[in-house]
Design a protein around this ligand. Structure first.
Ligand SMILES: O=C(O)CCC(=O)C(=O)O
Length: 277
């Protein structure tokens, strides 16, 4: 089928309430924390925490990237945090993990980091469709600004309220991909399919697109179902120093059974072949 004939809804499910985090249910779950932040999250699907991290922690992590010789492209692997303690000092910081647990309702573990100092230029997507189907939004991602962002560097963009749309499913997207593209790189192929479908959905709903004009130390947490992208930089040479980290519930992530605590801070997942430090 031509992508132009595939509707957003046909690639999605509406999971039953009891499969979702307490704040995502039609009636807020009894065990949810209800306060200004969680009410905002429930309504908008993101939370901005201005000046959340101190310069000390941000600069120590930025120095560790320079010392590791990975700037500006970042580590090529998805989970460098298993051997980069300075990254964990930020990404598993207790204060951040407490916020994530408040929003999702279970302890969370770090499972992915995007460490390049350029926009990923990833087009519109929900993160959750790249996960196993039993995660059901027990997932969140975090954008940490290591410096004031420049508007030409390709800002992080998102559609407030889009986390209330149906939940895109990887299995339904894969049904439309050629058989020889169903290997571990299928998300790259899927991006080509879903981009236009998201564009149409955004246009149909008329929801506004927001950009995260971050100052150093600002943090934006987004919902696993929120439509978002790394916009194309106006100036491709301009750095955008950030750390982007993704988290799943340690109670739900059956496919990642090993997790470890960063000192007395938060959890991170280990893969079978993880290098540890
Ligand atoms: O580069 C960006 O700001 C977007 C990152 C992104 O889409 C993601 O981490 O899922």
């Amino acid at each position: 089928m031509e992508a132009v004939n595939i509707t957003f809804e046909s690639l999605c499910d509406t999971p039953p309430d009891e499969a979702l985090p307490p704040l995502d249910r039609a009636e807020i779950g009894q065990d949810a924390v209800v306060n200004e932040e969680t009410r905002f999250w429930r309504e908008n699907g993101y939370l901005i925490l201005p000046r959340f991290f101190s310069d000390d922690l941000l600069d120590a992590y930025a120095r560790s990237c320079v010392e590791a010789g990975v700037t500006p492209h970042g580590w090529r692997e998805p989970c460098p945090f298993t051997h980069q303690p300075a990254m964990r000092d930020l990404a598993c910081h207790r204060s951040l993990m407490d916020k994530l647990e408040m929003l999702i309702g279970t302890p969370m573990g770090l499972n992915l980091a995007l460490t390049g100092w350029r926009s990923s230029s990833r087009t519109w997507h929900q993160d959750d469709y790249l996960n196993p189907p039993y995660i059901n939004c027990h997932y969140a991602a975090v954008w940490i600004a290591l410096e004031d962002t420049h508007p030409d560097s390709g800002l992080f963009e998102y559609v407030p309220g889009s986390h209330k749309w149906p939940l895109m499913r990887g299995s339904k997207v894969r049904e439309h991909l050629p058989e020889d593209k169903l290997d571990g790189n299928w998300p790259l192929e899927a991006e080509k399919l879903v981009t236009g479908i998201f564009d149409r959905k955004i246009e149909e709903t008329g929801l506004p697109i927001e950009a995260f004009h971050a100052r150093k130390g600002d943090v934006l947490i987004w919902h696993g179902r929120l439509a978002h992208r790394g916009s194309i930089p106006n100036d491709p040479e301009r750095e955008r120093r950030s750390l982007i980290t993704h988290y799943s519930s340690i109670l739900k992530r059956k496919d990642l059974p090993r997790h470890k605590r960063h000192g007395n801070q938060g959890w991170y997942f280990l893969l079978p072949d993880s290098v540890e430090a």
